[in-house]
Ligand binder design. Sequence first.
Ligand SMILES: [Zn+2]
Length: 244
Amino acid sequence: MRLDRILFRLLTFPSPPGGEGVVSSFCAGFLAGCGFDVKVDRLGNVAAKRGNGPFILLVAHLDDWGHPKKRGFRVLPGGLVVSATGSPLGGDDKCGVALALSLACDPRRPLAVLLTVQEESGGLGCREFVRENTEWFADVSACLVLDRRGEGDVVARIGTHILDPGGSFRRRVMEAGAAEEVPVRLVDGAFSDVLTLRLLTGLPAANISVGYHLPHTAGEYVSLPHLRRARRWVRRVLDTARGV
Ligand SMILES: [Zn+2]
């Protein structure tokens, strides 16, 4: 399924933190249909692998700030997707989820995906999943979180925490973005699942922009051109940085 269509489908699901059941089931079914070994924990986190590692793990979160009963969007000229209801659109983080699912459709690539719940409640879902599934990360070499607003940002630090102290994964991410003509830049970020993953797994990590803008507001929108370019960026990271 094409990236745009996957995003449009995801934007219709109600997904408040703690109420991700429908979208969690949809994503688990989607990934199983693409040949993944899928595991869904009791909270609704979806973890999936296909092929052999070492993997660069793609991470996105299933919950959003949209009103569960006021889902709806319009596509404006230029590929801007806006809310049709006055409630936040939910591009944060349906863009990241759509991007991961669309790359999962390509059967040639070994891939690992983690779609978390309750990120917007302080990262509860991710924390619980990592604590209970330490062994699941044994063949993961780095975490690429798809949950940053705008275009081209690479979150390299949160507070005093450097997300890739060694720097080689971050460098590959930057180089892959530049090769796809994404306007990459290093930024400091706020809390997201990337910090949980970094602190609890010790793996190198980064969080990159996936094309949603003005998150958590009624004016939130998605730039489809930014999202499509982010997809090319992530594909290049997977093709060049495997096993970093
Ligand atoms: Zn987010």
